[in-house]
Structures are given as structure tokens and as C-alpha cells.
Design a binder for this molecule. Sequence first.
Ligand SMILES: [Zn+2]
Length: 114
Amino acid sequence: MPCNERCTEEMSEMQARTRRQHITELLRNRPSIHPTAISDALDDVGIQLTVDEVIEEVEEIRKSLNGDETLYIAPAECRSCGFDNWNNLVNIPSRCPNKDCRSEWIEEPYFKIE
Ligand SMILES: [Zn+2]
């Protein structure tokens, strides 16, 4: 039977749930993990997500955690000047905001759920 519109919708919902579960498990099981490593680990199980999409999922997961667990974040850090006081911690900054630096050499944030 061909997949109708509704079924396609259900499938993509199911896939969204599955990949969110995968990411949540990675966040729980690794000591800490950065978005590129999450993207790579998902690739190993046949889920293709860009690093930006991983970040969006992590943000959604953070909102959906109940009181028993917390998403801990080691903020991104500028490798040139050490800046790490970002407004949005669940993000990969492209450039250092320090006006004397402006480096694009940024270490990704690390996440874990505990
Ligand atoms: Zn900097």
C-alpha cells in the first residue's frame, strides 16, 4: 500500500522522536559530547543531521527534560582569547564577539544530561 500524506507525516514524526531519543541517550551516556560528535554518532546509526540541526534538537531536549535531569553545558570557547560569556549557550558561535579578537577559531560547547 502506498504511503499517503498522513502516513508520511506519521513517519516523519516517528523519525523525529527516534533521533531525539538517540541524542538524549548520547547526552546521558557520554561523559560529555559536542555537537559534531553527536552528528557523527547519529551518522553511524543511519541518521543524517547537520550540526545546526543537532543544536536545535538539543535545545528541544533541554526544554523537555523533567525535573529529574538537567542539561549541563560547557560553553563554547574562543581559542584565541578564551571568551566564553555567550548569550545563548546552546549554539555554535561562528565568531568571537570580543572586538579585539573576532577570531573564528571557536571550540564547540559540550553537553551532557545528568
Ligand atoms: Zn576571541
